[in-house]
Write a protein that binds this ligand. Sequence first.
Ligand SMILES: CC(C)(COP(=O)(O)OP(=O)(O)OC[C@H]1O[C@@H](n2cnc3c(N)ncnc32)[C@H](O)[C@@H]1OP(=O)(O)O)[C@@H](O)C(=O)NCCC(=O)NCCS
Length: 170
Amino acid sequence: MLNRLETDRMVVRRLTTEDAEFMLDLLNQPSFHRFIGDRGVKTLDQARTYIEERAIAGYEKNSFGPFAVELKKDGSVIGIVSLLDRDELEDVDIGFAFLPAHWRQGFALEASSALMEYAFSDLGLDRIIAVTQTDNIASIKTLEKMGLAYEGVVRLAAEGPDLQLYAVNR
Ligand SMILES: CC(C)(COP(=O)(O)OP(=O)(O)OC[C@H]1O[C@@H](n2cnc3c(N)ncnc32)[C@H](O)[C@@H]1OP(=O)(O)O)[C@@H](O)C(=O)NCCC(=O)NCCS
């Protein structure tokens, strides 16, 4: 189970309820609402509950979940990278979201590549996928730089939007 991964500039670690303030901020970014969704988390208490139910409970059950990305230089939490085992998809899904102040500095690519490598070498996965909206250029470019390639269109719900499926096989 993932406790901690290090890259040159970051630490990827489990979320704790002490990250509630950061999570409240991230989940309410317009970019998060637009490209991922509104999780309805509007208070610090709700953010703590979200972390308990969506992150910590998952760490207990399996090796998946959202993880915090912390900058080594000052310890600040700047984003999340996640491995999710969604019911709607056959393969494990990799995801990422960062606070806008930290975009375009290669952080998503660096942290997600380390998580992907962990998923292949430590968890023994042989395929990783990602789903993204067709107009999410930042996400698509990041996935392509990580080595994932476009495979087609999927929907997570019958009424949901068409999403682009990206994948990489070990
Ligand atoms: C997607 C996201 C995590 C990318 O984070 P980031 O740290 O800015 O990404 P990186 O700096 O590692 O960029 C990786 C590559 O993607 C490309 N890229 C990133 N943002 C881009 C943008 N806005 N426009 C065009 N290309 C972009 C660049 O090619 C970059 O490589 P380069 O630095 O060599 O040019 C960030 O935009 C985000 O948090 N968006 C909101 C949440 C979201 O959409 N998550 C994905 C849901 S599927």
